[in-house]
Ligand binder design. Structure first.
Ligand SMILES: CO[C@H]1[C@H](O)[C@@H](O)[C@H](O)O[C@@H]1C(=O)O
Length: 684
């Protein structure tokens, strides 16, 4: 157990939730049956991370004849599952860590470490688990020039300049962290892909990373630019039905697999935000995806084809466009294609209703894309634990096959019987010493990995196990951290866009408020497109009298959303345009409720500050100070969001604030002129 004085020593967060590397290695009795790179790593991790063990530890795959008498579960564990339990092997009482493969044993070793560090009694340990989702990947939006799109934790981890020769030890540390959660894939480069990532030079660099990651059970994938046959191959077209194009991709896939025999496959953003794609040739997304899938198929690779499109279809409502384009394609995708769908129909907002494509394409494996990097939730500075956001979508009921057809069951493949299933998280990782830009952002990487393994885990339980491992086992500290984490995401919703409002941020940076913005090139880039507020009311009518986006949901869900009285209040203005004096269920007016949420958002951040103050004696000064400073920034900016938003709404509705609610600090003109001048600019 870590003592208070150990917890209080300097800590820059580099070790994440894993124990500090400089802990004196305990002299534990750890043995393996057989040899293999992954088995050796598993044993090494236990040596490195476990302080004590009540019994010798034995690591072995189930295949070992010495274990035959134990009748360990076989098929139930699959390729990556594990068993950790007491056993007697060759007359010795041991803690056995086993699985069908060495990777399973590695995951079992990490489960044992996690159990020990969260206070489990190892003398009675009995763990058995297998991942519910097959493909558990981090999508790095890392550019080849070392920058990271929407990255707030420093430059890209991948040092392309030094690769393939120099393999930075950070790559191993990164793989360890991923493997400790069960993450088994990494997309190395941005979905806004440059063709260069498919040149021999970059394939060699990717191969070097694959060599580092392989023994940790991690495959590499690449984002592929659809027009690469033109840019790299000198072809005149990238038409997926042109045999020369298909042949180019087949040769490219063969070339990649010569360098990376276990290459995972391609991630593709096509016909979205200016990216090339099959629609350029009047071909469907399925025709584009299937052509790439055919090239990868002989090697066992997959295509993750994104459904994040908002093009010419449905000009009246961006939220309808992905469904409109993809729903008719159900059943048309090859069997090694996953269609990758963001949690909501717009774009990673602090809260969105679940995407209507979940449950709507039963003959297609649908993969969930979550954003771990907090593009719309205050970057690295604001504290927002995303476990509740992730779980909210996973628990959402699509009613696709009646009650209980949750998004979790759609994406783990059980609802429609797909063996191929996946979950992707847009990484929040860079070269900052603490990897994710803040201590609490590490928890979002952690929560993604744990939920990808088991989408049914509780976000609060995940927060607790993260806090215990990150800060040490002192329950007082874990209690404080969990309390802060569990209120943090709702606080961001409250001060940026309560009651179902969304996409009200300033343009380019996506950090501060800009609800007044109305003249950007595309209508759906403007906040006014989303809130539709005027003198008489606010909200986007997505019922039959408006865009009728609700018709994209199954009838049970659509019926509930058709009526503001049966729509969850948290999604009210996403689906309905309502008068400012609309009576909420509480009896207060919509306007007063809205103001109360903004006030609550600011108050929640103040509460987190007070809670963190109490944690001061229990945390090392480095992490305490950085978090305290960030909370102060967040408080200032939550106030800014509230004041700027209210000043704007009041310029439309001319309503007074309810008693006890302070007037905005400045005039609307002032906020409009400021435009969050200090936000790092990432213009489109
Ligand atoms: C990679 O591009 C991003 C873009 O930066 C971002 O603002 C938006 O969230 O979505 C795009 C996408 O998901 O493709």
């Amino acid at each position: 157990m870590m003592t208070l004085s150990e917890a209080a020593r300097a800590n820059d967060g580099y070790e994440l939730w894993l124990p500090p590397a400089n802990d004196p290695a305990a002299n534990l009795d750890i043995a393996t049956l057989g040899t293999g790179a992954t088995l050796d790593i598993a044993a090494g991790e236990l040596h490195r991370d476990l302080a004590t063990a009540p019994l010798p530890i034995l690591l072995a795959t189930n295949l070992r004849p010495e274990l035959a008498a134990l009748k360990l579960p076989g098929a139930a564990l699959g390729r990556e599952g594990y068993v950790v339990r007491r056993a007697t092997v060759a007359g010795r009482a041991v803690i056995l860590v086993s699985g069908n493969t060495e990777t399973g044993v590695l995951y079992g070793a990490f489960a044992l470490i996690r159990a020990a560090r969260t206070g489990a009694d190892l003398t009675t340990i009995a763990l058995q688990s297998a991942p519910k989702v097959a493909v558990r990947v981090l999508d790095h939006w890392d550019n080849l020039d070392g920058s990271v799109e929407r990255g707030y934790a420093g430059a890209s981890l991948w040092n392309w300049w030094e690769l393939p020769d120099y393999k930075d030890p950070r790559y191993t540390d990164y793989a360890r962290a991923d493997a400790s959660l069960g993450i088994n894939g990494v997309v190395l480069n941005n979905v806004n892909a440059k063709p260069d990532s498919l040149t021999p030079r970059y394939i060699a660099k990717a191969a070097a990373l694959a060599d580092v990651f392989r023994p940790w059970g991690i495959k590499v994938y690449l984002s592929a630019r659809f027009s690469a046959p033109i840019e790299l191959g000198g072809l005149k077209t990238a038409d997926p039905l042109d045999p020369a194009v298909a042949a180019w991709w087949k040769a490219k896939a063969d070339e990649i697999y010569r360098a990376i025999p276990d290459f995972g496959g391609f991630l593709v953003k096509a016909n979205s935000e200016g990216q090339p794609g099959p629609r350029d040739y009047h071909r469907s997304h399925a025709e584009g995806a299937n052509m790439l899938a055919a090239a990868l198929k002989p090697h066992g690779g997959i295509v993750m084809w994104r459904a994040f499109v908002y093009a010419e279809s449905d000009p009246d409502d961006r939220a309808k466009q992905a469904y409109t384009e993809f729903h008719p394609l159900d059943g048309k995708f090859a069997d090694n294609v996953l269609v990758q769908v963001k949690n909501g129909a717009i774009d990673f907002q602090p809260r969105e209703p679940f995407h209507p494509l979940f449950g709507a394409m039963p003959r297609t494996p649908i993969m969930l894309e979550l954003q771990i990097t907090k593009e719309y939730l205050g970057f690295a500075t604001h504290l927002a634990y995303l476990g509740p956001l992730f779980s909210e979508v996973l628990e959402a009921d699509t009613y696709a096959r009646g009650k209980g057809s949750t998004v979790a069951k759609v994406i783990d493949g059980t609802l429609d019987h797909h063996a191929l299933s996946g979950m992707a998280g847009v990484a929040n990782i860079g070269r900052d010493r603490d990897w994710s830009g803040s201590t609490f952002n590490q928890a979002n990487w952690y929560a993604f990995g744990r939920l990808a393994w088991d989408p049914d885990l509780s976000p609060e339980a995940i927060a607790r196990e993260w806090a215990q491992q990150t800060f040490g086992p002192d329950p007082r500290l874990a209690d404080i951290a969990v309390k802060m984490m569990m209120q943090s995401r709702e606080a961001v919703v409250d001060y940026t866009g309560p009651l179902g409002l969304a996409h009200l941020m300033g343009t380019g940076h996506h950090y501060g408020p800009g609800p007044w913005i109305k003249d950007l090139a595309r209508p759906e880039w403007n906040p006014v497109y989303y809130h539709r507020a005027d003198a008489s009311g606010i909200g986007f009518d997505r019922t039959r009298t408006g865009s009728n986006a609700i018709a994209q949901y199954s009838p049970e869900v659509a019926r509930r959303l058709a009526d503001p009285r049966t729509t969850p209040e948290s999604e009210l203005l996403w689906f309905h345009h309502l008068p400012w004096d609309w009576k909420m269920n509480s009896g207060e007016t919509l306007w007063h409720a809205l103001v109360a949420h903004y006030d609550q958002g600011v108050a929640s951040v103040a509460a987190m500050q007070a809670e963190w103050d109490e944690a001061r004696p229990l945390v090392d000064p480095e992490r305490w100070q950085k978090t305290a400073t960030f909370l102060a920034i967040q408080h200032r900016e939550a106030q800014w969001w509230r004041d700027a938003s209210l000043a704007y709404w009041m310029s439309l509705n001319h309503l007074p604030l309810p008693a006890g609610s302070a007037a905005p600090a400045h005039s609307l003109d002032w906020y409009e002129a400021q435009q969050f001048p200090w936000a790092p600019g990432q213009a489109r």
